[in-house]
Design a protein around this ligand. Structure first.
Ligand code: NDP
Ligand code: 2IT
Length: 444
């Protein structure tokens, strides 16, 4: 067994019942074999063993009282995975599916993603199994205040800076920030994705979706191609999906389908994004209503069917493992040319292999959705400098970062003899910076 195989085997034995963590670690570690072969000093320094072990895992009780007066208890998590290149940075996810395995997979991915941005941010992730669906604003506030009453002691503007993810948007960040400020008596950039009136950055709301389209557009540009006239399918209808749709449409693409947890809408004339925004952002409603409001659109219960719609570009922007091997085969058979991951780990390992064998340009999450956390780092810079950049300034920096990431992962893939394999390129390029920093720090 080689070094990578031993570390992976040990990880699985020591962390049983964490399938998502195993999946992310397998994808990453297997691609790092050529790097550790080239650098035998990494094995001597136990580098991979340290890389896959979080620096700190915090788990806590989150008690709160619902509108009927009943006491509710949720689980809270923050995994501070790696601070070699900067303070821990990564989102908070509030979703009933959240468990330690999911937070650890997200944290591990975040280390390499944050490295790829080129900005000084380490990797972390957190969240709760709290379900925001159907809760009143008062209940959301009560939960967020209780969550922060424990979390505040572990985070800080130079220590660990959380942000949003599934189920955590501007409303939740506001309540979390208010409670942090009240307890600590500090108005600092301890969370990103803040409102513009209290230190947030322009473009942060749009950043992940816009960034996803910018990097895909660059992959197209170098191939003499563009979004113009392309048929696009986007899964999800949350923050990432909505702004990916907005930017793809502005570049001349036709987005024909989106989904939420209930099912998918197919609109052959092109999705009316103002209707989606009204339903999902304003009403916090269900996509099912779209078909009632837009003639010519159809709604189908269930999610997977969305991948049977023929498209040139697929942008999975909802959640992990939403594209399995079978869906990947259907997409390839229908002629998909580009798959770029807006969500974290939306493709199973088998699906990735189908895309790569099928000649699809496949841009993995840690590169493709890095625009969100990159803009978070720009928000941190503005907070520290107590100044604000214009929309155009932040948008230009975001675009430059995404274009750089494309060329960085493309270059790393070529350097190691895997031209066009952006899974290899992203893992290798992201890892080398973190490994170099860890080697400088000694055994810590
Ligand atoms: P949101 O909560 O805003 O939206 C999530 C969307 O995905 C919603 O439409 C939701 O449906 C749908 N969804 C969630 N879980 C499921 C599921 N199990 N089955 C089907 N649909 C589901 O989250 P974001 O847009 O912020 O995040 C989406 C993805 O992007 C996640 O993987 C996240 O980790 C990743 N990401 C987010 C970044 C950010 O800046 N926000 C940055 C980088 C990655 P419904 O509307 O019914 O709730
Ligand atoms: O997965 C992600 O990169 C995010 N949810 C955004 C993290 C951040 O700190 O902005």
């Amino acid at each position: 067994m080689n070094y990578v195989e031993r570390v992976l085997e040990n990880l699985k034995a020591q962390n049983p019942n964490e399938p998502e963590f195993h999946q992310a670690a397998t994808e990453i570690l297997t691609t790092l074999a050529p790097v550790v072969e080239k650098h035998p000093e990494y094995e001597a320094a136990g580098l991979l063993e340290r890389f896959v072990e979080p620096e700190r895992v915090i788990m806590f009780r989150v008690p709160w009282i619902d509108d009927s007066g009943k006491v509710q208890v949720n689980k809270g998590y923050r995994v501070q995975f790696n601070s070699a290149i900067g303070p821990y940075k990564g989102g908070l996810r509030f979703d009933p599916s959240v468990n330690l395995s999911i937070i650890k997979f997200l944290g591990l991915e975040q280390i390499l993603k944050n490295s790829l941005t080129g900005l000084p941010i380490g990797g972390g992730k957190g969240g709760s199994n709290f379900d925001p669906k159907g809760k009143s604003d008062r209940e959301i506030m009560s939960f967020c205040q209780s969550f922060m009453t424990e979390l505040y002691r572990h985070i800080g503007a130079d220590t660990d800076v959380p942000a949003g993810d599934i189920g955590v948007g501007g409303r939740e960040i506001g309540f979390l920030f208010g409670q942090y400020k009240r307890i600590r008596d500090e108005h600092v950039g301890v969370l990103t994705g803040r409102g513009l009136s209290y230190g947030g950055s322009l473009v942060r709301t749009e950043a992940t979706g816009y960034g996803l389209v910018y990097i895909t557009d660059e992959a197209m540009r170098v191939r003499g191609d563009s979004f113009k006239g392309k048929t696009v399918v986007i899964s999800g209808s949350g923050n990432v999906a909505i702004y990916a749709c907005e930017k793809a449409q502005s570049l001349g693409a036709k987005v024909v389908a989106m989904y939420d947890r209930g099912g998918y809408v197919y609109d052959p004339a092109g999705i009316k994004l103002d209707v989606i925004k009204q339903i999902k952002e304003v009403e916090r409603g269900k996509l099912k209503d779209y078909a009632q409001r837009v003639s010519g659109a159809t709604y189908t219960e269930g999610c997977r069917g969305i991948w049977t719609i023929p498209c040139d570009v697929a942008l999975p922007c909802a959640t992990q493992n939403e594209i399995d091997e079978n869906s990947a085969k259907i997409l390839v058979k229908n002629g998909v040319k580009y798959v770029a991951e807006g969500a974290n780990m939306p493709s199973t390992l088998e699906a990735i292999s189908v895309f790569q064998k099928g000649g699809v340009v496949f841009l993995p999450a840690k590169a493709a959705n890095a625009g969100g956390v990159a803009t978070s780092a720009l928000e941190m810079a503005q907070s520290s400098g107590r100044m604000f950049w214009t929309f155009g300034e932040v948008d230009k920096k975001l675009k430059d970062i995404m274009v750089n990431i494309y060329h960085n992962i493309d270059g790393a893939a070529k350097e190691y003899g895997y031209a066009g394999n952006y899974v290899m390129g992203a893992n290798i390029a992201g890892f080398i910076k973190v490994a170099t920093a860890m080697m400088s720090h000694g055994i810590v």
